[in-house]
Design a binder for this molecule. Structure first.
Ligand code: PGA
Length: 245
């Protein structure tokens, strides 16, 4: 049995005060899934402290981005070792906002994936197609090439214990969710593509996940949890998603 994971991607939202209020309101009773919180960098240590009070065993800290380099003269960058220093367990790499707004290529994403694994942390590798690509029936081809970029650099062994998030770009922050069947088709494709490691890999769905649509997504055999943006900023809504997992 694969463990379910629900990860909160706060993106560039929140404040010290917000984090305090959020964790005061968060009630994860009855949640059996693992849960991760990926706040902006400055709040990692604040959230790390607040997580100690959550009272849920499987709760972990994550970051939203990382440098592909180890250390040195790279102004504004944060290394995987630094994230580990702050007790992060997960790092989101290749989010579509990084790919499209900050020009991150699949090759750069692959280098970040490797840097995170070498530091002993777990990347949450985001893949997904744009609306244009889906309408041209190219979704699986695009996702396949995003995955290939990682295994070409790191070898097929890189999928051992992996966490991959399928996030159709057209569903992120738009209120449009892939139907459970659309998501399942892609998740099954990803799992097969990961080869022998696929059976154990956690494949999350992301894109307008809410407590109201979470259960039908999680009911699909290859959906092992969610990467949640907007709805992760509301403690009640987010707990509802975790409870559905
Ligand atoms: P959303 O974002 O839940 O707001 O659609 C998901 C994500 O970008 O990870």
């Amino acid at each position: 049995m694969r463990k379910t994971l629900v990860a909160a991607n706060w993106k560039m939202n929140g404040s010290r005060e917000f984090a305090g209020e959020f964790f005061k309101a968060l009630d994860l009773s009855g949640v059996s899934a693992d849960v991760a919180f990926c706040p902006p960098f400055p709040y990692l240590s604040v959230v790390a402290d607040l997580l100690k009070q959550v009272g849920h065993q499987g709760v972990a800290l994550g970051a939203q981005n990382v440098s592909e380099r180890d250390a040195g003269a790279f102004t504004g960058e944060v290394s995987a070792a630094m994230l580990k220093d702050f007790d992060a367990r997960y790092v989101i790499v290749g989010h579509s906002e990084r790919r499209s707004l900050y020009g991150e290529s699949s090759e750069l994403v692959a280098r970040k994936y490797v840097a995170v694994r070498q530091a002993g942390l777990m990347p949450i590798l985001c893949v997904g197609e744009t609306l244009e690509e889906r309408e041209a029936s190219r979704a699986l081809e695009v996702i396949g090439s995003q995955l290939n970029a990682v295994s070409e650099l790191a070898g097929e062994d890189c999928w051992h214990g992996a966490v991959v998030a399928y996030e159709p770009v057209w569903a992120i922050g738009t209120g449009k969710t892939a139907t459970p069947e659309q998501a399942q088709e892609v998740h099954e494709f990803i799992r097969k593509r990961l080869g022998a490691a696929g059976e154990q890999a956690q494949i999350l769905y992301g894109g307008s996940v809410k407590s109201a649509n979470a259960a039908s997504l999680f009911a699909q055999p290859d959906i092992d949890g969610a990467l949640v943006g907007g709805a992760s900023l509301d403690a009640g809504e987010f707990a509802g998603i975790c409870r559905a997992a």
